[in-house]
Design a protein around this ligand. Structure first.
Ligand code: BGP
Length: 486
């Protein structure tokens, strides 16, 4: 619709804040009845730039279950939010955060995943967290499943590849929607659901030792079950709490062709489609045609129950959230498995600098991503992860002068503002790991994202004391001025 005025900046009520995930943040992996999760059996990466998303065998899992320590499994310790949530939320309050994204550990509430009754201690923990957020006027943004599911479900039925997991998950979602009704307004279903096409860390389904096509069969079947579970969760929350809104969550990989050669442009388009397939299903409520060809070429056959397609169509999400860290480059010569499996690196872009972990920093890519997704879906967008993983040093004066982080965030926020002026409907921005936490892909502590430093090293030594970095005051000012003062 034509309007003679355009926005000049961020809208009123914009949800500024930070994001975390239970498996990297809470610790207390075996307290108060909590069960073991898939994230807590994945060992730390051997090399700094390796991504260990859980290329894991059942034997590795058995060894991990028998191991009652956190030495090889840093996500078991996180940074102790479980015992320090009051202090952390007070810091968020001091910063003026409008929103704080956490995830629920399914294993705190249903330790094995298949119980019929929830663990009250797990539910009570999140009650306290939400009450504390309310005290500071912080809106919770809650991910239902952030890279973890009960390991019991992997051992007994290979996780999400088994349709039975849908019912177990939706018993968990119904329980939490009822319990936290009126306290949580924004829900997200599966974190970075598209990364389920890389396997275990997202689907909880082991597929080591299989051919690539056989792996794809397991992964996309698991993802189909997640789509259905997500649609059922959407139906549940709309019925239980009509005030609540629920969103999909995509790891947006902006993909450029390596050259203007149409063959490269077409290869980049395919990468883009494989990425947006997930939100096509969750926002438009149906499988797009291009996936039929992809599945046929890889011998993937999705088993669907009779009413699955009707459920997907009837319950699309209310908004689309996504993470954005980098862009990648693809050319016609790249093998598909390389392009997909190597998500953090892809081809090099000579116009961009990269982080110490090879993630190519591309603020303008965020503006492009926002415009493309708004154009395709016409639902509100929400950036729920963005940030720079970097090694921070404590200076002689005792401060942490992370000008590189301020620079990264500023440039991305500037592009968000451009996209809003372009006409994009953007609800909020929760930067990743606002309080330092354990890296997902490497399990390192030294890959830090926060504006608050946590005293813990890669081996788990440290006081866990929280300390503000220079970026804390800067971000506080950004929020106070609703993005005017960058
Ligand atoms: C996203 C995940 C987060 C996260 C972040 C940074 O993919 O949703 O859980 O940690 O990326 O990644 P990393 O911790 O591997 O640097």
């Amino acid at each position: 619709m034509y309007k003679s005025t355009i926005p000049t900046g961020f809208p009123e009520g914009f949800l500024w804040g930070g994001a975390t995930a239970a498996n990297q943040y809470e610790g207390a992996w075996n307290e108060d009845g909590k069960g073991l999760s898939t994230a807590e059996v994945v060992k730390k990466a051997e090399k700094r730039t390796d991504m260990n998303l859980g290329n894991i065998t059942l034997e590795d899992i058995e060894i991990a279950i028998a191991d009652k320590t956190d030495e090889n499994y840093p996500k078991r310790r996180g940074v102790d939010f479980y015992h320090r949530f009051e202090e952390d939320l007070a810091l968020m309050g001091e910063m003026g955060a409008k929103a704080f994204r956490i995830s629920l550990a399914w294993t705190r509430i249903f330790p094995n995943g298949d119980e019929t009754e929830p663990n009250e201690a797990g539910l009570a923990f999140y009650d306290k967290v939400f009450e504390t957020m309310a005290k500071y006027g912080i809106e919770p943004v809650v991910t239902l499943s952030h890279y973890e599911s009960p390991i019991h479900l992997t051992v007994t039925r290979n996780g999400w590849v088994d349709r039975a997991t849908i019912a177990d998950f939706n018993r968990f979602t119904e329980t939490v929607f009822r319990r936290y009704k009126g306290k949580v307004k924004y829900w997200l279903t599966f974190n970075e659901i598209n990364t389920g096409s890389f396997g275990f860390h997202e689907t909880g389904a082991v597929d080591t030792g299989l051919s690539y096509d056989e792996q794809l069969q397991i992964r996309y079947q698991s993802l189909h079950h997640q789509f259905v579970a997500s649609a059922i969760a959407t139906k549940q929350v709309h019925e239980i709490d009509p005030e609540a809104k629920i969103g999909a969550m995509l790891a947006r990989m902006q993909t450029y062709p390596a050259t203007p050669n149409p063959a490269d442009v077409q290869a980049a388009q395919v990468q883009d489609e494989l990425n947006l397939f997930f939100t096509d299903v969750q926002v438009r409520g149906e499988y797009p045609e291009f996936m039929n060809r992809y599945f046929a070429e890889h011998n993937v056959k999705i088993a669907m129950a009779d009413d699955d397609e009707a459920i997907l169509k009837a319950h699309p999400v209310d908004f689309l959230s996504f993470s954005y860290y980098m862009s990648t480059v693809t050319s016609a010569g790249d093998s598909e498995a390389d392009a997909l499996g190597n998500m953090a690196v892809g081809g090099r872009n000579p116009y961009l600098e990269a982080s110490d972990w090879g993630w190519q920093i591309d603020p303008i890519g965020l503006r492009i991503a926002l415009n493309e997704m708004w154009d395709r879906y016409r639902v509100p967008l929400f950036i729920v992860e963005n940030g720079l993983g970097a090694v921070d040093e404590i200076a002689e004066d005792g401060g942490i002068h992370d000008t590189y982080r301020i620079d990264y965030l500023r440039k991305h926020i500037e592009q968000m503002r451009e996209a809003i002026i372009d006409g994009v409907d953007l609800m909020g921005y929760t930067m990743w790991g606002i309080i330092d936490l354990v890296s997902f892909s490497t399990s390192e502590m030294s890959k830090r994202y926060g504006v608050v430093y946590v005293d813990q090293d890669d081996a788990g030594n440290g006081t866990l004391e929280r300390k503000k970095k220079d970026s804390f005051a800067w971000y506080k000012q950004v929020i106070a001025t609703n993005g005017d003062d960058l």
